[in-house]
Design a protein around this ligand. Structure first.
Ligand code: GLN
Length: 329
């Protein structure tokens, strides 16, 4: 049987992390091992696929930037366009993995498997979770069917979709979940099993794109809480944002004084997208008596709604048209 060719794009994170001792699970440096060293820790990968690798960056994903996202999207797309590549694995720090996964899910227009993977324990730890996670990710990327479901996150035996995946625990290995929508699949003993897929547009069906873009539109997130100052909105406007995503209360509610500032911002063409800090349920469209139209972020968390808004703003600034993107993606 001929092997699938899986190309690994390495970005760093804890999976490439090193600590002073094998007992040290927190005080370590992320992004230290190279892709070659990572692969040495799990030589079994070559039994299941022909592996090539490239070091895209080697960093703590806390410092991921939108500029790197644009470059990474091009790198992934270039790999996916290669006739000799069947699937792609991206190793990445877990802190921003859900954002990178969703960004790539929207802008990489490929039907080949794209699987993101990381670890919660550094490579030097007792019971490091990286090697098995990496082996699992390679198995999934070698499985043609996996390309149907958009960008996937494979961690701790679970397969999550990019739209719904969330990091739910600061340090535990069982941190990546899809609490609202459930896992897309499970990987057991090297075999991926799929149970569901997202009906929201992604990868080969996505009409969002960052092609030819050197900078994403500036959008910020404002978290709502008792005692918040409307000055936060004025500061955001002064910083030059084109849009503001609110992580609102309950059904996306925003304190009156803050809402007033958002209405003023709207007069300058700055759009507001409402999400909820509850991280569960849907925020639906609301228009108040003054005709101030707030875009509804659906059931996306603020940091994912921000990505949709940034990509949609590349195509339109009309709030009603922007809303349609949130209904589709
Ligand atoms: N478990 C991790 O990967 C977290 C380590 C680091 N902060 C990162 O995201 O790269």
């Amino acid at each position: 049987m001929t092997h699938a060719h899986v190309h690994i794009i390495a970005c760093g994170g804890t999976i490439a992390g090193k600590a002073e001792s094998e007992k040290e699970l927190i005080g370590y440096k992320a992004g230290k091992l190279t892709i070659e060293e990572l692969l040495q820790s799990v030589p079994e990968v070559t039994e299941y696929a022909d592996i090539t690798g490239e070091q895209f960056c080697n960093m703590d994903s806390t410092n991921m930037t939108e500029d790197l996202w644009l470059r990474l999207a091009r790198c992934v797309e270039a790999a996916a366009d290669r006739a000799d590549v069947d699937g792609i694995v991206i190793t990445h720090g877990t802190d921003t993995m859900e954002e990178t996964a969703y960004f790539l899910n929207l802008v990489v227009h490929s039907r080949k498997p794209i699987v993101m993977v990381g670890s919660m324990r550094p490579a030097t730890a007792l019971s490091a979770d990286g090697p098995l996670n990496l082996l699992d990710a390679v198995h999934i990327a070698a499985c043609r069917q996996a390309g149907e479901y958009g960008v996937l996150v494979a961690m701790n035996g679970r397969i999550c979709g990019a739209r719904s995946v969330e990091k739910t625990d600061t340090t535990h290995v069982d941190t990546f979940r899809s609490r609202q929508m459930g896992y897309m699949g499970i990987i057991q003993n090297g075999i991926p099993y799929f149970y569901q897929q997202s009906l929201r547009r992604h990868t080969y069906l996505s009409q969002l794109s960052c092609q030819g873009i050197t900078k994403l539109p500036a959008v910020c997130i404002v978290y709502c809480y008792v005692g918040m100052s409307p000055a936060l909105i004025r500061a955001a406007v002064a910083s030059g944002v084109q849009g503001i995503v609110t992580a609102g209360l309950g059904h996306g509610k925003i304190p009156e004084a803050v809402l007033k500032e958002l209405k003023i911002a709207a007069q300058q063409g700055i759009v507001t997208v409402c999400t909820s800090r509850t991280l569960g349920g849907i925020v639906s469209t609301t228009e108040d008596d003054s005709g101030f139209f707030r875009i509804a972020g659906d059931n996306l968390p603020a940091h994912k709604a921000k990505i949709v808004l940034q990509l949609a703003l590349l195509q339109t600034r009309d709030p009603n048209t922007l809303q349609q993107f949130f209904d589709l993606y």
